[in-house]
Design a protein around this ligand. Sequence first.
Ligand code: ISE
Length: 345
Amino acid sequence: MTDELRVAVLGVGKMGSFHVESLSRRTRGARVTVVSDFADEQAHRVGDPVGARVVADPAAAIAADDVDAVVLASPGAAHEAQVLACLEAGKPVLCEKPLTTEASTAAAVYRRETALGRRLVQVGFMRRFDHEYAALQRMIASGELGAPLMLHCTHRNPAVPDFFDSEFMIRDSVVHEADTARFLLGEEIAAVSVVKGRPTAEAPAGVSDPMLVLFEAESGALVTVEIFVRTGIAYEVRTEVVAERGSATIGLDQHLVTKRVSPDRGGVGTWGGTITPDFVARFGQAYDDQMQRWADAARRGIATGGDAVDGPGSWDGYAAAAVCEAGVAAVVKGERIETGMEVRA
Ligand code: ISE
C-alpha cells in the first residue's frame, strides 16, 4: 500500500458517486483509483474527473494491484459474490446495505469472515455515525433514563419509483430501523409484525404505503416503525425512546428556525425552517464520517494485518437481513414472524 488508501468503488449511481466525491474531496488519506459500473458511460462520468481508471469487470476491479480496499454501492444482488471476492483477496470492504439479499447468504459471509480470523467487512449503516443517533445511543447505554421500553420510529421519504412495493419498503427502507433499533437497544430483534393501513392515493395498486411495522426485541422492548415513502413533502426520520425514567427524541429538524415576513402570504409573519429533501442531505455528515472512519480503519488493518472495520460489521448485516426477511414474510402472510436468528459464533 502507498501512504494513501487506494479504493475501488463498484457501482456509481446515486450512492456510489456520492462516495467517490466523499473519498476524493472530504476523506483524508484515501483516493479513488478504480471505478466500475455496468453502465460504462456513467463510470467515466464519475471516474474521469477524479483520475480513476474504469474497469468494467467488478472481479478484476477488486483484484487490481492498485486497489487496497473496496466500496460496494452496486445492486444488492451483486453483493454476496463481491464481498466474498474481497474476503478472498484479503481486502477491506465497505458494503452498502444490504450485505446480501438473504439471511442465509449473509450468515455465510459472516461465517467466512469469522473463519479468516480478521474483520474486513463493514456494512454501510450510516445512521450510527449521525451525531443525533450516536448521542441517543450513548444516553440509553449510560442508563440515565433507565431501561428502554419502546422506540417509536418515523421514516418518511418524499417520493420513490413505482417499483418500491410493500416488500421493497421493508428491505430498502425499514432495514435502517432494523439496524438502528439493534444499535440503540443493544439487543437482537426476535419477531416482526406488519399492519397495512389505508394506502395513500399516490401508491400504485396493491402497494401498502404507509405501513406500521412492529419489532419485538429479545427483552420484550417494542419498536414501532411508521414507514411512508410517498409523502410528497420531504425526508423525515425521527426516533423517540420511551424509557423507565424519561424519554428522548431525535430528528426534529430544528436546525435553523426563522421568523420572517412572507410576501407571498400577504406580508404576514411566518415562523419555521426547512426539512431536508432527501437522505443524502439529511445524513451527509454521517456518510462522510463513516467514510473517514472506515478509511482510517482500513489503513490500520492493512498495516497491522488485523481488523479493518470501525462500525457495523458482517454480523450486523446478517441480523438486519434476518429482520427484513421476517418483515417481508409478515407483509406477505399478515402474521407475526419470528426472526429465528442464528446464535452468534
Ligand atoms: C434508501 O435506499 C436509503 O437508504 C434511505 O436512507 C432510506 O431512507 C430510503 O427509504 C431508502 O430507499
